[in-house]
Design a protein around this ligand. Structure first.
Ligand SMILES: [Zn+2]
Ligand SMILES: [Zn+2]
Length: 257
């Protein structure tokens, strides 16, 4: 794995960097989001107030995990969403995301992904553990797998952000992390702004399981940073399922609305 440490070009950035980001380069005890001084007991990157603005998903489809946020809070929603009722093939049994991909969390993931703040890895890992979806049962899970990057993207970025998150989950739950078996065959162009059909076409047959025997009969948790249309996740799960995995669950830190 390449250990190149050069900073990724901010030209790949999805949003302009705020003043607080640049200020932090000079004053490292400032919150990267709002620029406030970080107090004792706060993470080394983002203050409590900003963290409290993360919008967690409390109600969702029991299968695909899409948000039921618009529905009343005082009810239990145990029914499947329209898409799942229509029987769309997912290749995984359950997907859960912690929070919406917007605001503070979107900025943090952006800074993390483009290595603008490597120390965000542990911070986001901690958020993932602290707010772990209660109905994601890992009792029978015996392998944790991150969604892989293509080797060229990995060289460019220097690390796989999903692997950093998967590592935090594996460590906390004492489960083995499986790296290098699920691989990405061809780099897909950035998915931002593409239609669902184009995203599906981009990732079709993009993943390969190098050693199917390692996955046969296993119960797997797939980890990624953001769930957008689910095209990448489904394609990964399809490869793992073809290798004979018994159960596949999905966990992502964030999800688009
Ligand atoms: Zn702040
Ligand atoms: Zn659903």
């Amino acid at each position: 794995m390449s250990r190149r440490r050069s900073m990724a070009s901010p030209s790949r950035a999805v949003a302009p960097l705020k003043l607080s980001f640049w200020l932090r380069l000079v004053y490292p005890d400032l919150c990267v989001i709002c620029g406030a001084h970080l107090g004792e007991g706060e993470s080394l990157v983002v203050c409590h107030i900003c963290q409290a603005q993360i919008k967690f998903i409390s109600r969702c489809c029991p299968r695909c995990g899409c948000s039921y946020e618009m529905l009343p809070q005082n009810k239990e929603f145990t029914y499947l969403c329209g898409e799942c009722r229509r029987g769309g093939r997912l290749y995984f049994s359950k997907a859960r995301s912690l929070a919406f991909f917007e605001g503070v969390l979107k900025e943090l993931i952006h800074y993390f992904k483009y290595k603008l703040h490597p120390s965000l890895g542990p911070v986001l890992g901690k958020i993932l553990i602290q707010h772990f979806p209660p109905d994601l049962d890992l009792t029978s899970t015996n392998l944790i797998l991150p969604i892989p990057l293509h080797p060229s993207r990995l060289r460019e970025r220097g690390f796989n952000q999903s692997a950093a998150l998967a590592k935090a989950v594996a460590k906390h739950f004492g489960k083995p992390l499986l790296l290098g078996n699920l691989t990405r065959r061809h780099p897909s162009p950035p998915q931002v702004g593409l239609s669902i059909e184009k995203r599906k076409a981009n990732v079709r047959r993009a993943f390969t399981v190098e050693q199917p025997r390692e996955l046969a009969g296993e119960s797997v948790l797939l980890v990624d940073d953001v769930y957008t249309t689910g095209a990448t996740t489904r394609e990964c799960a399809k490869s793992i399922s073809a290798a004979g995995a018994k159960e596949i669950q999905v966990l992502t830190l964030a999800r688009t609305r």
